[in-house]
Design a protein. Structure first.
Lengths: 931, 88
């Protein structure tokens, strides 16, 4: 075993052993370990198989910069996929499984794929599996690629808390620069919040022997204590994963394994980015072998977890920061050999177990290879916020350039790789000073991928993208880095370019002979680290996601045995009683047609329009002429969009000269109110019109049927209900039991109906009175399903069901205002363009099937003979209990001119015949309505 | 998530607002022979400017339309004012 634990080192608790398993084998780690550090401490290096070639892989980095060790982890019955082993803290009893590998990472039956790598280059899947259809191959490829397995078990209580928070200064990163910046700002009296993604602050400080003359542990503790003492907050295991508009920072706070993380939406006055820098890989042959790690990763493994990653270590590095890590490795007992990358092409020897390096025939024995191609500042959040990047030749890196508003970068994130100068700058910046990043002692020799180099040189470990793939993409003209990324998948998924990006774009630059800054970077997008979708979801489910509107009469409906369901955002009775639902609904129809039904119509819109300009206003917003409507009268009409499409239908009542009540459809009230408000304020004098939505203030109970008049009469109202005195489409306001009652004679059933509206708090009294009066006559409650059938029997339409987004009023048989209305109204001009005038418009008609045939399916298409072109479709279809035969409504091209024609109906491969007829199937003369 | 200042209610989360249109679009007088092209321009053409824009938004909780000036690139909010008196 090459890697091992070094006694007395690291931040782990040596006295707290934790048992866990990996691919079925039992291991022991320590509290404070990550899964990766615990496995390395046990000498396990192969932690996964690569995505495409199934190459054995071990960790490259020690934290978020590891693209390789991704696992399925189970604990206490909860199994989560896609857990990065380097950032998942070990817990007692964890069972980790490698993904992309079967049956285990060490023995992979598909490892043979690697032998065929020549045919699996960039774009291979695109090119090979296109014919006849990618979807035929996709399941097989996905299974082979293995994206981890999602457990079928429902995660009880796996709900992310979501918090809204604010602070004056948000410091991202609890390394040395972040700590001193946060402390300075807090001590200057600012409200500071510092977020650190590890379990404890310190960052690179732990790798040092001392800092400012103090032991790292004492120094870190002192900074944290000072921040807290000054009123600041320190959040650990918290990752700022994205910067969104107006300095809202998404922070994901990890909790114990199996608990959903917490999302904190932090609105920061100022953001200090102290996110540090990453070691970047060096591109040489077989640089993906397990045991090739970043120099910084090895330093972190030792400093944080007491794990020495190898006994005989070959180092391929080009910079001073990497060299500074090596003494600690030597002190811990490793033998370290530096290999100069400039001295010739390097090749790693050995497969699952590294045997050493070969450089131009010279062999260096080693069990481990550490590489460092230089430091890359972590600028993801800087770019999310719109900050610019500058290319720095001295550092061979992109560093923060022009800052986004309210953001500043400090420490290694700003390119200040030297601790002393970083601390000084961070202190100054936190107090509002300017940032002056200096290169000072950091120096490196440029080291980038060499096109044409021999062997398989990995650019992106996570997606198996090699230097040859980049060369192939360049040959096929995918030279823009954004195209390169999509063609090769370089820098995608959880890596998000952390390790792959620089090598990829440097390779492209070298291939084309262009400078790196000219090639540029791909777009940085949140999230910076993979986070569960649940984090965004949180408690937004069920009623908290989509709250239902509730009826004042809900309890009465429940008591009457109502089956409540959602209809247009309201919880409403579909029908009453239990048993054969179709039978129950049919019975309700027969009851209402025979005697009367009592229907809760409360969700119907009741939007009042008042004021001296109210008449002109409703005349403008309505398709129909409203100004001729007399007080106490009601008219049916349409609201159109400016495009001429029917937006809503309903009745409008004129209560008196300057007061109207718009009764729009139940599910459109909010939209109609907003529509009216917008037109009131824009283009009208808002002081002369007032709009007030009273929908929820009034409950409406509709009595409909031949016995409706008799039942309403039992209320003893002081109003003559006779057809002569109170005809259809009239409004009366009366007093009932000391309160106002509004009675409208409108009908959605085709039978005599009285809509009784009363203050919502008194709905129950009215309901019970009508039920009591109706019961002896055989009348009872009527659900929405029965009403839907009754209105279809009459050919009455439901907007959005029997119309679509292109339906205009003349398609529905209401053509007169289009021809005759003289004043301007919304949508008027659109009713006269070429499309509106076309004879091929879909018009509302009825469809009748042959005697004994079953009803047509809703949504079935009316098709042209021969071509099978759709001429329209069935919008509503029911078995009519009243007529004892199927009825249907449909939108059909030029349908009105084709009354009596037989058409072909197509649905899911089956063909039917039907005859076009008028939409109204019941009482076309309207005798019942006016009875 | 942006913060928009409603002139009546103060700074509020963007989810409380609906975009109503670009400022300065006037409805043609439809009783006065509007051509198909002019009507289509009114219905469909947007300036969709890059940078400083003046737009009409509605704050849904108070239902007031107002003029929002902002930068469509940086998302910076420059200011807001009631729609009244903003005729242009
Ligand atoms: Zn407001």
């Amino acid at each position: 075993m090459s890697a091992h634990r070094v006694a007395g080192r690291g931040r782990i608790d040596a006295d707290a052993p934790l048992n866990f398993s990996f691919d079925g084998r039992a291991f022991q780690g320590r509290r404070g370990d990550t899964i990766a550090s615990a496995l390395l401490a046990n000498g396990v290096r192969v932690m996964g198989r690569s995505f495409k070639y199934h190459r054995p892989r071990g960790p490259w980095g020690a934290w978020v910069d590891d693209p390789n060790a991704i696992m399925n982890v189970a604990l206490n019955g909860v199994e989560l996929p896609n857990c990065p082993a380097t950032t998942t803290y070990l817990e007692e009893g964890m069972a980790a499984r490698s993904v992309n590998a079967f049956p285990s990472a060490r023995f992979d039956l598909k490892g043979g794929l690697d032998l065929f790598h020549r045919w699996l280059g960039a774009g291979f899947y695109y090119k090979t599996f296109m014919w006849p259809d990618w979807h035929l191959f996709e399941p097989m490829i996905r299974r082979m690629a293995g994206l981890g397995a999602v457990s079928d078990a429902v995660l009880e209580g796996y709900v992310a808390d979501q918090l809204h928070d604010r602070c004056e200064v948000l410091v991202v990163g609890g390394g040395a620069a972040g700590l001193v910046a946060a402390r300075s700002a807090a001590e200057a009296g600012q409200d500071v919040c510092l977020v650190e993604d590890h379990a404890e602050c310190g960052g690179g400080v732990w790798q040092r022997a001392e800092i400012e003359g103090t032991a790292p542990a004492d120094w870190v503790a002192a900074q944290v204590a000072a921040i807290v003492a000054a009123g600041g907050r320190v959040l650990t295991r918290a990752t700022a994963f994205g910067v969104f508009d107006h300095r809202m920072v998404g922070i994901v706070e990890n909790r114990a394994f199996g608990q959903a993380p917490r999302l904190r939406r932090m609105r920061a006055g100022r953001i200090v980015l102290a996110s540090g820098a990453l070691d970047r890989p060096v591109t040489f042959a077989n640089n993906d072998r397990p045991g090739v790690m970043s120099v910084d990763g090895a330093g972190e493994m030792l400093a944080r977890y007491g794990v020495l990653v190898g006994r005989r270590i070959a180092v391929v590095a080009n910079n001073s920061a990497a060299r500074a890590v090596l003494p600690a490795l030597v002190q811990a007992g490793a033998e370290v050999v530096e290999v100069d990358p400039a001295a010739g092409p390097i090749r790693v020897l050995g497969a699952k177990r590294i045997r050493g390096l070969d450089q131009g025939g010279r062999r260096v024995e080693a069990d481990t290879v550490l590489a460092s191609g230089g430091l890359t500042p972590l600028v993801h959040l800087w770019r999310h916020a719109g900050g610019k990047l500058d290319w720095c030749d001295a550092r061979q890196a992109f560093i923060p350039g022009r800052a986004p508003e309210g953001m500043v970068a400090v420490g290694a994130a700003a390119g200040a790789f030297d601790l002393e100068s970083a601390l000084e700058e961070a202190r100054g910046v936190a107090r509002g000073g300017a940032v002056e990043a200096s290169v000072s002692h950091y120096h490196l020799t440029p080291l980038w991928p060499a096109p044409g180099a021999k062997g398989r040189q990995w650019i992106d470990f996570q997606h198996d993208v090699t230097l040859k793939d980049v060369e192939l993409a360049a040959r096929e003209n995918y030279v823009s880095v954004e195209h390169l990324k999509r063609y090769t998948t370089l820098g995608m998924a959880s890596d998000q370019g952390k390790t792959a990006n620089m090598a990829g774009l440097a390779a492209m630059a070298a291939i084309q002979g262009r400078p790196i800054p000219e090639v540029g970077t791909t777009t940085f997008r949140p999230p910076f680290v993979p986070i569960p979708i649940e984090t965004y979801h949180g408690a937004h489910r069920g009623q908290l996601w989509h709250p239902l509107k509730r009826l004042a009469l809900e309890e009465a409906h429940r008591a009457a045995g109502a089956a409540l369901g959602e209809y247009g955002g309201w919880l409403r009775p579909g029908w009453y009683g239990q048993g054969d639902v179709a039978q129950i609904i049919a019975e309700e129809v027969r009851m209402a047609r025979g005697t009367a039904g009592i229907f809760d119509a409360s969700p119907l819109g009741k939007i009042e329009v008042m004021g001296p300009d109210a008449e002109a206003f409703v005349d403008f917003v309505y398709y129909n002429t409203i100004r001729t409507l007399k007080p106490g009268h009601i008219r049916y009409g349409f609201l159109l969009s400016e495009g001429g499409a029917v937006m809503d239908d309903g009745v409008i009542a004129r209560v008196d000269q300057d007061r109207f009540v718009i009764s729009c459809s139940s599910s459109h009230v909010d939209g109609v109110r907003t529509h009216l408000e917008a037109w009131r304020q824009d283009g009208n004098d808002p002081d002369r019109i007032f709009i007030h939505d009273t929908t929820q203030h009034w409950a409406t109970v509709t009595m409909t049927g031949p016995k409706a008049r008799e039942i309403v009469g039992a209320l003893g109202l002081e109003v003559d209900l006779s057809a002569e005195a109170f005809p259809h489409m009239r409004l009366r306001e009366v007093v009932w039991q000391g309160g106002p009652l509004r009675i409208a004679r409108v009908s959605f059933t085709g039978d005599v109906s009285f809509e009784l509206s009363i203050r919502a708090s008194r709905a129950e009294e009215l309901w019970q009175a009508l039920i009591a009066a109706g019961a002896p006559l055989g009348a009872g409650p009527l659900g929405l399903e029965a009403l839907s059938i009754m209105r279809a029997e009459k050919g009455y339409l439901i907007i959005g069901k029997d119309t679509d987004g292109e339906t205009m009023p003349h398609d529905l048989g209401f053509g007169i205002p289009r021809q005759k209305k003289t004043v301007a109204f919304i949508g008027d001009r659109s009713l006269h363009n070429a499309k509106a005038n076309s004879t091929a418009r879909k018009q509302l008609v009825g469809l009748r099937v042959a005697e004994g045939a079953v009803m047509l399916p809703t949504g079935a298409h009316v098709v042209e003979a021969g071509t099978q072109r759709s001429l329209g479709y069935v919008t509503s279809s029911y078995d009519s209990p009243t007529l004892d035969r199927p009825i249907a409504l449909a939108l059909i091209e030029d349908g009105v001119a084709q009354m009596g024609r037989e058409v072909t109906i197509w649905h899911l491969g089956e063909t039917r015949r039907a005859t076009i007829c008028g939409p109204c199937a019941f009482d076309p003369e309207g005798e019942r309505l006016h009875a | 998530m942006q913060i928009f200042p409603c002139p009546f209610c103060g700074p509020r989360d963007e989810r409380e607002f609906h975009f109503a249109g670009e400022l300065g679009k006037t409805r043609p007088d439809t009783r006065d022979g509007v051509s198909d092209a002019d009507w289509a321009r009114y219905l469909h053409e947007q300036r969709n400017e890059k940078g400083h824009v003046r737009e009409v938004w509605m704050h849904m909780p108070c239902s007031e339309l107002f003029v929002l000036e902002r930068d469509s690139v940086s998302m910076a909010v420059i200011g807001s004012s009631p729609l009244r008196g903003a005729a242009e």
